[in-house]
Design a protein around this ligand. Structure first.
Ligand code: SF4
Length: 392
């Protein structure tokens, strides 16, 4: 999947740089690399499946796109090596189905398509996941697939409005002032409101937000932007060096030391809860940013006093074929099959225990798979244990 996102006014960051959020973040983030994480690699692989399905659908204009995506199960994404899982395929099928039902033969459609909005700024462009314009109804549909777990708001979603504006400018639709059907598909957001979120609006209705984007771009050109912390600081790559979020976190720390009234009034409780939630949010963002920075430095060989990287482990999984496990169980009179595959190590240990057999007999046959590394505080205990020869 080849995507193009502007370093200056990419629409995926429009919630941060436009409106009353933080126009100063454009300058702050300019030289910050977008580092790959396990989460982003998974997201890219899932997007790849969606792209393959929808391209196959558009080429054949039938529902065979699903089969093209299903064939990717277990295949490594060529751009980052992440393996395509069943969950990704299922998510992509849901996304594909929610799109194809409305695409008519008269639709102009595109997958992973670069759109630009020069009316906002020469560098205002991005790659939309899926777009189609239905001429019969003068409606532009914009779809964005999100594989993360965070619930994102659909109403006045700046990323989608940016893509819509840019698609209208790229496809010459601005004079037609089309209806807009903006969609977020979030298959892993389990807040009970379904994976597909839609906001029906119009070209005219988004012009206020588009004007705010233009204003942010103009302020950048004039050198008058300022940084301003808020919920949009989440995952800001410049957070580790940003004075605004550092100050906000400092106020949160000061606040945590302030005395609390013994018998606060109800109004006071409501006010203080609101302040405390906001303070906790800023502090959490600051911690996340510092952790990301510390992780980057330590994994690149730098030393940070009091921190180290620890390997993280997944669940126990068998390191020998299922048949070997089942044979071991039979040897001890325990059925370790399900029935045709081996039980998980924990289930097998419980089954052996039931038979009065020490679960240690299967210990050499399984191990935990490494899932990555994580930053942990280091109080020196581990070093002491190593040098004293004690077991960890
Ligand atoms: S951390 Fe927040 S305040 Fe600082 S540049 Fe990023 S978005 Fe702006």
């Amino acid at each position: 999947m080849i995507t193009e996102h502007s370093k200056l006014f990419g629409f995926s960051g429009a919630h941060r740089w436009s409106g009353d959020a933080c126009p100063g973040s454009v300058l702050m983030c300019l030289d910050e690399p977008n580092e790959d994480t396990e989460e982003s690699r998974e997201g890219d692989a899932a997007h790849w499946v969606c792209e393959v399905m929808l391209k196959a659908f558009l080429e054949r204009v039938d529902h065979s796109g699903v089969a093209a995506g299903e064939r990717l199960l277990g295949v490594a994404n060529p751009t980052n090596g992440a393996i395509v899982t069943e969950e990704m395929i299922e998510a992509a099928i849901g996304y594909h189905n929610s799109i194809v039902q409305n695409v008519t033969t008269k639709s102009q459609a595109a997958v992973e398509f670069r759109v630009a909005a020069p009316s906002i700024h020469a560098q205002a462009y991005g790659t939309a996941d899926f777009l189609y314009y239905q001429s019969e109804t003068n409606t532009l549909y914009v779809f964005d697939f999100k594989y993360g777990h965070k619930a994102l708001p659909i109403f006045r979603n700046k990323q989608l409005m940016g893509y819509a504006q840019a698609a209208c400018e790229t496809w010459g639709l601005t004079d037609l002032k089309p209806r807009l059907c903006l969609n977020l598909y979030m298959p892993r957001c389990f807040d009970g409101r379904g994976a597909l979120r839609t906001w029906n609006t119009s070209y005219d209705e988004i012009q206020y937000d588009v004007a705010q984007m233009r204003l942010a771009a103009q302020q950048y050109e004039d050198g008058t932007t300022k940084v301003c912390s808020g919920s949009w600081c989440y995952k800001c790559p410049a957070g580790y060096k940003c004075p605004a979020i550092r100050d906000a976190a400092g106020y949160a720390i000061d606040y945590s030391y302030s005395p609390v009234a013994a018998e606060p009034s109800n109004d006071h409780i409501a006010y203080e809860l609101d302040v405390a939630y906001k303070a906790a949010d800023r502090l959490k963002q600051r911690i996340d940013m510092l952790e990301t920075r510390a992780t980057h430095k330590i994994t690149h060989g730098e030393f940070i006093q009091g921190y180290r990287m620890d390997t993280t482990y997944g669940r126990d999984s068998w390191s020998v074929p299922a048949k070997t496990v089942i044979d071991i169980g039979n040897l001890y009179g325990a059925d370790l099959s399900k029935p045709d595959v081996a039980l998980t190590p924990n289930q097998a240990a419980a089954a052996l225990k039931k038979k009065g057999v020490d679960a240690a007999v299967i210990k050499p046959y399984y191990s935990k798979s490494k899932t990555g590394v994580k930053l942990v505080q280091d109080d020196g205990t581990r070093a002491k244990l190593i040098f004293s020869g004690e077991k960890q």
